[in-house]
Design a protein around this ligand. Structure first.
Ligand SMILES: C[S@@+](CC[C@H](N)C(=O)[O-])C[C@H]1O[C@@H](n2cnc3c(N)ncnc32)[C@H](O)[C@@H]1O
Length: 232
């Protein structure tokens, strides 16, 4: 631990995806994210059944019986396992789990485990609660009305305001999350836009679906949405 200050994007990257990070370290427990919070994936098999129906509809539209399903931010492969169990007869699915964490032991051998989505997908790319885990900078308006990057101290999580937000980040804020009053905060979603564009760009035919928390531009929460869950 040091007294180093850094932006939220870098701090979150290390905390979530570093060697000892929340999502990657085996020290966090074999159950992965599900050991700390529930998503729709864990709440009910109805969710996997709905994804299986969506996949079946896409296959029908594309007039094929052979189709790919890519789960980005796949956790421990729970959704893919559920979808494979809910498929109708006669539909041949190639499932890919895209994950930064290691493949869990005992996973259905049909599931391919990889770090990036495959190119040229015909089928469905699905990302449940992935994008809100893509680290982003946080901005806050200072007393003079200037949006500045929020910095966080490694040793204790204290915050301070850093340089004024500039360049492409400033343009993003102005377009998507305009700030005005001192104290107002935003997450600068540029890395999430880029991550989604990259993932969705792997779909050659079919559909890309992101399921996540959201709010529209005219109803942004004034103090941002930065939240963490651990141990329930
Ligand atoms: C909140 S969890 C959601 C897991 C699962 N989709 C669910 O709904 O239960 C987010 C997952 O995304 C993974 N993740 C984050 N960034 C990623 C990336 N760039 N590539 C692959 N996986 C990523 C994390 O490791 C974590 O397992």
């Amino acid at each position: 631990m040091t007294d180093e200050w850094r932006g939220w994007r870098e701090a979150a990257e290390a905390a979530l995806y570093g060697d000892e990070g929340f999502y990657r370290s085996p020290l966090r427990g074999p159950e992965g994210p599900a050991g700390h919070f529930r998503t729709s994936v864990h709440a009910s098999p109805l969710f996997a059944a709905a994804v299986a129906r969506l996949l079946t509809g896409i296959a029908r539209e594309l007039d094929t019986r052979t189709i790919t399903l890519v789960d980005v931010g796949a956790g421990r492969g729970e959704l893919l396992t559920g979808v494979l169990a809910a498929l109708p007869d006669g539909l041949e699915v190639t499932p890919y789990a895209v994950e930064v964490a290691d493949r869990p032991p005992g996973l259905d051998p049909r599931i391919r485990w990889c770090a990036e989505p495959p190119a040229g997908i015909t089928g469905l790319l699905f990302a449940n609660e992935w994008l809100d885990n893509v680290p982003a900078e946080v901005a806050e308006v200072d007393a003079a009305g200037v949006p500045r990057y929020v910095q966080v101290r490694t040793s204790d999580g204290a915050e301070r305001l850093g340089a004024p937000v500039a360049g492409a980040d400033a343009a993003w804020l102005e377009r998507w999350w305009p700030l005005s009053a001192p104290g107002e905060r935003a997450e600068i979603g540029r890395p999430r836009d880029a991550a989604w564009a990259r993932a969705a760009g792997c779909v050659e035919a079919g559909l890309a679906v992101a399921v996540d928390y959201t709010h529209v531009r005219d109803a942004r929460p004034p103090f941002g949405t930065l939240t963490g869950f651990r141990g329930g």
